[in-house]
Design a binder for this molecule. Sequence first.
Ligand code: KG4
Ligand code: ZN
Length: 325
Amino acid sequence: MIILGIETSCDETSVAIVKDGRFVLSNIISSSADLFIEYGGVVPEIASRKHVEFILPVIKKAIEEAKINKKDIDAIAVTQGPGLVGALLVGITAAKAMAMALDIPLIPVNHLKGHIAANYITYPKLEPPFACLLVSGGHTNVLSIEDYDMVKNLGGTRDDAVGEAYDKVARVMGLDYPGGPKIDKLAQKGNPEAINFPRTHFKDNPYDFSFSGLKTAVINYINNKNQKNEEYSKEDVAASFQKAVTDVLVQAIFHTNSKVIAVAGGVAANSGLRNALKERGEKEGVEVYFPHINLCTDNAAMIAGAAYYIKEDDFDINADSSLEL
Ligand code: KG4
Ligand code: ZN
């Protein structure tokens, strides 16, 4: 079964060809992220216009690189949401046109299910059930993956998503968008015990998170130093912030007592989180899986991969910016 996947939920225009849900024949990503450095974040209208510009060349390149014929494609998969509505519509419109022209099914995919499926591609033998820590720019959740199409949400953030907190702290530190990877790099050279930033836990749900207090504490620390004209170590701030984030995420996902844990979403690329989960997993005999680093952030291979396990196709879909799992 060969599926062509299209992902345009944010600032990456991506098209991929995936065989049987797990084998990537091509995965082309054209990002407009560089354009957003001067704005400090994605500008939805510019992102939509860039998708319109990129989508056809990226489709063409994905088919060429996979060395297949258009007639070999069995279905088209597309991200339906969550995401920026104008951006999603570009992918959906292209997907509908292709499905109609080739007379094949159109499979709508939830972007978050795509992030989970990045693990199936990276580990062809991985199968549900497992516990999943979903950490992206818009989401932070602890999920129980009971089956391919059965996902239970155990809890999530009550305010900022973890990637969002990374990007906001990075902005105050004068780092370019997207700031997550830059903080990660700085953190590797800093002392994680230098500053004791707050960790928030909720008694009524061990799987709920709050990162806005932590974010504010880091921003206050930096502003304070700036006001007093005092030097501070960006490396230590980054490392201490990253340690506070990692501590709460690791504690929550291990609270599930699952023997198999998978991480999904852009922040799954974070070195501190990867190391901390691996270390704890080894200590407690828990298998811990992370997607290949290229599959952590937004890409279409994960969308085509997820579609393989979705039984319903639907030609009449519309974009849903706040689609839930
Ligand atoms: O999953 P994703 O590509 O997009 C959404 O669906 O939101 O995640 C993007 C987020 C951004 O906030 C980015 O700063 C963060 O993932 N991110 C990281 C790292 N790489 C990407 N955060 C921390 N450390 C990283 N290495
Ligand atoms: Zn994403």
